[in-house]
Ligand binder design. Structure first.
Ligand code: ATP
Ligand code: MG
Length: 286
């Protein structure tokens, strides 16, 4: 039987859909029966194990799975030996401290001697120790944000993305402990055969991720402005220039980072660029 790389992804919940999507964007198709615990890719030597998020770091450390897609926050909290290979750009959130919105907050001293509810005791403990704070940690497994309201704690340490859950519960965020996103993690000792499959997968993932951050840009400009415009465009190498049928005009094509695009747009227009189009890129191999 030929070797397959075993990847763990979340069985159900926030990370599952985007985890399967990134595999699909890498050209890997999974037969996904809803209640399956295991599935195989049709066209890549990959086996998918659907597991609880919170169990994933241990399964990867123990080699039950070779790699996994999991939130960095879970990796940090579980303190297992796994290697983070690549951040994946989704499920972004932060682990933060929050307190009742009407409480006055004037620094970390606030937490001294306080009772804090969290599902992330190890991460919170490390933060408190680093700051020489003595607080009481109260571990609860979910709905942490209601703890202050029901008198269970003074403050909380929990994951936040938009902040609307905190707001609805009359809390305000005061300190960020950790910022997190989904990442690809790996067992520390995988076989050479599996490493080769992993290298292929990583190559594809990086091409997909690079493409997401970049856009293919086309614009028309007076031919005598090509030099000036090329200097403004932070392209991959050198832009492609093609003549337009209209005398004295050219079409310029390049690839730029989406964020850079917005910062140079005014300069492009000032140099006579017109008909500017951006097109999403499927894969990008640098
Ligand atoms: P399990 O799979 O073990 O049931 P869970 O119930 O904690 O785990 P979800 O709630 O589906 O799983 O997802 C939680 C993960 O989603 C977090 O660990 C984090 O990486 C990510 N995440 C992103 N934004 C948020 C957020 N605002 N609140 C909670 N988790 C978030
Ligand atoms: Mg859950």
């Amino acid at each position: 039987m030929s070797t397959r790389l075993k990847i763990a992804i979340q069985k159900s919940g926030r990370l599952q859909e985007d985890s399967l999507r990134i595999l699909k964007e890498c050209g890997i198709y999974i037969d996904n029966g809803k209640d399956q615990l295991k599935a195989r890719a049709q066209n890549f030597p990959l086996e998918v194990l659907y597991l609880r998020n919170s169990d994933i770091p241990e399964y990867v450390q123990d080699g039950i799975a070779d790699i996994a897609i999991v939130g960095e926050n879970v990796v940090v909290e579980k303190q297992k030996k796994v290697q983070i290979l690549q951040k994946l750009g989704f499920s972004k959130c932060r682990l933060a401290m929050a307190i009742p919105k009407d409480d006055e907050y004037n620094g970390l001293e606030y937490f001294q001697g306080k009772k804090l509810a969290t599902s992330y005791p190890n991460s919170l403990k490390a933060f408190l120790d680093e700051n020489n704070l003595n607080s009481e940690i109260h571990v609860i497994s979910g709905s942490v944000e209601i703890a202050p309201n029901i008198g269970l704690s003074d403050g909380i340490c929990d994951l936040v993305s938009s902040g609307s859950t905190l707001f609805k519960n009359g809390l305000k965020e005061v300190v960020e402990i950790l910022s997190s996103q989904a990442c690809l993690v790996c067992n520390e000792n995988i076989s050479e055969e599996k490493q080769a499959i992993l290298n292929d997968l990583l190559f594809r993932m990086r091409a997909v991720l690079a493409a997401k951050n970049n856009k293919y840009v086309l614009l028309n400009a007076p031919t005598d402005k090509i030099e000036a415009i090329s200097n403004i465009l932070p392209g991959m190498k050198s832009p492609t220039v093609m003549p337009l049928l209209k005398e004295g005009w050219s079409s310029i094509h390049t690839v730029i980072n989406e964020n850079d695009f917005w910062t140079v747009i005014d300069q492009l227009k000032a140099n006579g660029a017109e008909g500017i189009l951006t097109i999403p890129i499927g894969k990008m191999i640098l």
